[in-house]
Design a protein around this ligand. Structure first.
Ligand code: LLP
Length: 416
C-alpha cells in the first residue's frame, strides 16, 4: 500500500488527512511520508545485502534537513554536489565517512571544506579537477581519496536533459581516456586513488543500460589492477526511475540482480547514489484551487502552486498525476483542463490538456510524485515565498520547513 490513500473519503499521507494538514499548514505545501522514505531505503539495503555497500542518498533530490535526518538515522550516507549540500548532510548527522562529493565543477573552497570534514571520497570528473584537488590536498597536508567518474558512453534511454552518460555529455571522463587519467592520478602525491564511479542518467526505467555501463567500468577496473592501480569501490550512481504515470521501472531487487554478478566479480564495496527512487513517491505537493477560468477556447484551473514550486512540468514537460483530496470529487464529470499557477508566464503550468474530474474553486488537489526535485528546485520567482514542508509519521506530523515570510525574501538585500 502506498503512503497516499483515501481514508473516510479524504486523501491521507499515512494516517494524516491532507485536508486537515492544509487547514493548519496552509497551501501550497509539500507533504512527505517518513514510512515511504524508510521503505525505499530498506528496498536498496535488502537488494544489495549480499555485497559490501553504502547507499549514499543523493541530497539534490530533496535536501530538507528533516528528510536527510530520517535517512541518516536509518544508516544512509550522502551523495553531495556542493559545499551547501555538505553543510546540510553534516547538520543532518550523516557520518563524514559516508559522504561522497560528486559534481563537475567543485571549487577550491568546496574541496577544502570537504577535506576538512574528512569525507569518504571525491568523484572527480576531469583531469583538470584532479590537478586542482591534488594542489588543495597538498596545501592542507592531507591526501584526498578519489574515484574517477567514467563516462561509459551508453544510452540510458531517458529524457535528454537528464541523460548524463553519453559521450556528448559534460559529465565524467570519456571511457577511452580514463586509463590515462587514472595513471596520472596515481602519480599525484595529494591523491589516493580508491574507486571508480559512473552515473548514466536519471529516471531510468530499464536496468540494462546501467548493467552495460557497470560491465564497462568493471572491465576498466580489471585493467587498472593489471597496472597496479588498486580499486576498492565502484559507485554505480543513482538513476533508478519511479512510476509517475504508467512507467514500470525495475524493482530494487530486479535492478540489483542484473548488476550484482559483475559487481561481485569485481570484489569491491558498492556505492549507490539514489535520489528520486528514495523520495519521489514519498511526497506530494498540496495545492488549492483559486479560480476556474473557462474560456471558449480552453478551461483553466488556477491553483496556488506554480512553476516556482514545481518546475518539472514546465522544464521537462513532466507528467505528475493530479488528484482531488476529497474522494467524492473523483466521481464528478470529467473534463479537459490546463492546471496553471499564478505566475506571469505561459510556461507556468502543472498539467496541460489533462482530463480530470471537474474541480471547483477552493478544492484541494494533490500533485503526486513530487518528493524529488520538487522543493529542491523551487525558487522565489515573482517574489513568491517558498512552500511549507511537512513530514508525516503515522498519525503525527512535523513542519520540517516553515513557509517563507516576506521578511525572509528580502533578508540580505539593501537599498543603497
Ligand atoms: N548521482 C549523480 C552524479 C547525479 O547527477 C544524480 C542526479 C544522482 C546521483 C541522483 O539521480 P536520481 O537517483 O535522482 O535519478 N531535476 C531532474 C533530475 C536531475 C538529476 C540530476 N542528477 C528531474 O526533475 O527529473
Amino acid at each position: 500500500m502506498g503512503p497516499f490513500q483515501y481514508r473516510d473519503s479524504e486523501l491521507c499521507c499515512e494516517e494524516v488527512s491532507l485536508r486537515a494538514l492544509a487547514a493548519v499548514a496552509g497551501t501550497p505545501a509539500y507533504v512527505y511520508s517518513k514510512a515511504a522514505l524508510l521503505e525505499s531505503l530498506a528496498g536498496y539495503e535488502r537488494a544489495f545485502r549480499d555485497v559490501p555497500h553504502v547507499v549514499c542518498y543523493s541530497v539534490k533530490a530533496n535536501s530538507n534537513l528533516g528528510v536527510l535526518s530520517v535517512l541518516a538515522k536509518a544508516g544512509a550516507g550522502a551523495d553531495i554536489v556542493s559545499g551547501g549540500e555538505l553543510y546540510r548532510a553534516l547538520r543532518a548527522g550523516v557520518p563524514p565517512k559516508k559522504i561522497i562529493f560528486s559534481g563537475v565543477g567543485k571549487s577550491r573552497d568546496e574541496m577544502r571544506e570537504a577535506l576538512k570534514a574528512d569525507i569518504l571520497m571525491f568523484n572527480v570528473e576531469s583531469r583538470a579537477e584532479l590537478r586542482v584537488l591534488d594542489e588543495v590536498a597538498l596545501e592542507m597536508g592531507v591526501r584526498a581519496p578519489v574515484a574517477l567518474r567514467v563516462n561509459p558512453d551508453v544510452d540510458p534511454q531517458t529524457h535528454p536533459y537528464i541523460a548524463t552518460g553519453l559521450k556528448t555529455s559534460k559529465f565524467g571522463i570519456p571511457y577511452h581516456e580514463a586509463l590515462e587519467a587514472y595513471e596520472e592520478a596515481a602519480t599525484l602525491k595529494g591523491l589516493a586513488v580508491v574507486g571508480a564511479d559512473m552515473h548514466i542518467g536519471s529516471q531510468l526505467t530499464k536496468a540494462t543500460p546501467v548493467a552495460d555501463a557497470v560491465a564497462r567500468v568493471v572491465a576498466l577496473v580489471k585493467t587498472l589492477r593489471e597496472r597496479r592501480i588498486e580499486i576498492h569501490t565502484i559507485d554505480i550512481g543513482g538513476g533508478l526511475g519511479i512510476r509517475y504515470r504508467d512507467e514500470t521501472p525495475p524493482t530494487h531487487q530486479e535492478f540489483a540482480s542484473l548488476l550484482l554478478p559483475a559487481l561481485r566479480e569485481a570484489d569491491v564495496t558498492v556505492l549507490l547514489e539514489p535520489g528520486r527512487s528514495i523520495v519521489g513517491n514519498a511526497g506530494v505537493l498540496l495545492t488549492r484551487v483559486l479560480y476556474r477560468k473557462d474560456t471558449r477556447a480552453k478551461k483553466f484551473v488556477v491553483v496556488d502552486a506554480a512553476m516556482n514550486d514545481l518546475i518539472r512540468p514546465s522544464l521537462y514537460g513532466s507528467y505528475h498525476e493530479i488528484v482531488p483530496v476529497d474522494e467524492t470529487g473523483r466521481s464528478r464529470e470529467r473534463e479537459t483542463v490546463d492546471v496553471v499557477g499564478p505566475i506571469c508566464e505561459s510556461g507556468d503550468f502543472l498539467a496541460k490538456e489533462r482530463e480530470l474530474p471537474r474541480v471547483e474553486q477552493d478544492d484541494l488537489l494533490a500533485v503526486m510524485s513530487a518528493g524529488a526535485y520538487g522543493f529542491a528546485m523551487a525558487s522565489n520567482y515573482n517574489t513568491r515565498p517558498r512552500a511549507v514542508e511537512v513530514l508525516v509519521d503515522g498519525n503525527r506530523y512535523t513542519i520540517v520547513r516553515r513557509r517563507e515570510t516576506y521578511e525572509d525574501l528580502v533578508a540580505g538585500e539593501t537599498a543603497p
